[in-house]
Design a protein around this ligand. Structure first.
Ligand code: UDP
Ligand code: MG
Length: 323
């Protein structure tokens, strides 16, 4: 599939206390995309308290491309992204951080991939030697854990710096669940994907707005929203314990009946403990399976996504329609 030469591009920038960075970035984006035609910039002020909103209000007066949304409080990066994507009107959108770590120079290349047919263009962060050891290690651990638990194959360095086609945006905008973890959901949608490796810049001003608390919440949300494996692990664990308990029970009965050497009461206590313990784990496993099913149902994710259909196809008008 190739796409039209004339199109509208949305740039979605979540910003939390980025007063020193935001206009530098906006102006850089305006000059970087001047040859690309119709461009809208949507800055989502995620409840900043440092005057980011005031700066945006003033700046928007003289910059017709600049739009902003201000959230009522700090909802977090993923929710700010969601708000931006909900309001984007482009044929495709590029999400990027507001601290200039995501190089604006990559935008033309991302658009090129989109025009050549890619629906999603992921930018993969290469390890920047100046990135703190803490950030590099925790990021690597995070992806190892997430891939192990979810069965996804996210590359270390996956970020929310990506281009999304309008069809993908429409699907994401329809997802009803409360907490979206874009990095996990987007690869699970399917669609044609391209990747670009990039070396992140230094943050222009200030420290990371992702506090350790926010990072832990993101990691937990990532695992829970992409995977039922932790629940299933309880069942596997219960079966393993049941096997071990059976072996030990045989030994206890052998000691009691065969050698008659056990201390009085030893065999009965062990039998009761093993049987009840194993039963409890098995029942927990079964509850886990049902809980997983309830979770899947309450998320109400569409069962499939239509990427394309022939002109005369009578598409069912529900949320599974991407276009
Ligand atoms: N951000 C946000 N809300 C938050 C935390 C961060 O909108 O609660 C924005 C932040 O302004 C930045 C992007 O999300 O544009 C990524 O955050 P940051 O650069 O601090 O994260 P890091 O690059 O350290 O992972
Ligand atoms: Mg950053």
């Amino acid at each position: 599939m190739t796409r039209p030469k004339s199109f509208k591009l949305s740039l979605v920038l979540p910003a939390y206390n980025e007063v020193e960075n935001i206009l530098v970035l906006v102006d850089r984006l305006i000059s970087q995309t001047s040859g690309l035609g119709d461009v809208e910039i949507i800055v989502v002020d995620d409840g900043s308290s440092d005057g980011t909103l005031d700066r945006l209000r003033l700046a928007a007066v003289h910059r017709p491309q600049l739009n902003y949304i201000s959230l009522s409080r700090n909802f977090g990066h993923q929710t700010a992204l969601r708000a931006g994507l909900n309001h984007a009107t482009g044929d495709c959108a590029i999400c990027m951080d507001a601290d200039l770590q995501h190089p604006p120079e990559l935008i033309p290349l991302m658009v090129e991939h989109w025009q050549a047919g890619a629906d999603i263009v992921n930018c993969i962060r290469q390890d920047q030697p100046s990135l703190s050891l803490f950030k590099r290690t925790t990021s690597r651990w995070f992806y190892t854990l997430l891939n192990g638990l979810s069965g996804l194959q996210l590359v270390a360095g996956s970020s929310d710096f990506r281009l999304l086609d309008r069809r993908v945006m429409n699907i994401l905008n329809c997802l009803p669940e409360a907490d979206l973890f874009y990095r996990g959901i987007i690869p699970s949608l399917g669609f044609e994907m391209a990747t670009i490796d990039y070396m992140p810049n230094e943050r222009l001003h200030g420290q990371s707005r992702y506090t350790p608390r926010k990072m832990i919440r993101l990691a937990l949300n990532g695992v829970i929203s992409t995977s039922m494996r932790p629940l299933r692990l309880a069942t596997c664990f219960a079966f393993l314990t049941a096997l071990a308990a059976l072996g030990f029970l045989t030994y206890v009965l052998y000691v009691y009946f065969g050698t008659k050497t056990g201390v009085p009461g030893w065999a009965s206590i062990l039998c009761v403990t093993l049987v009840i313990g194993t039963m409890q784990l098995l029942v927990l496993g079964v509850i886990g399976e049902y809980l997983g099913q309830v979770l899947r149902e309450t998320r109400r994710r569409p069962p499939y996504h239509v990427a394309e259909a022939s002109e005369r196809t009578n598409l069912v008008p529900d949320r599974s329609i991407a276009a």
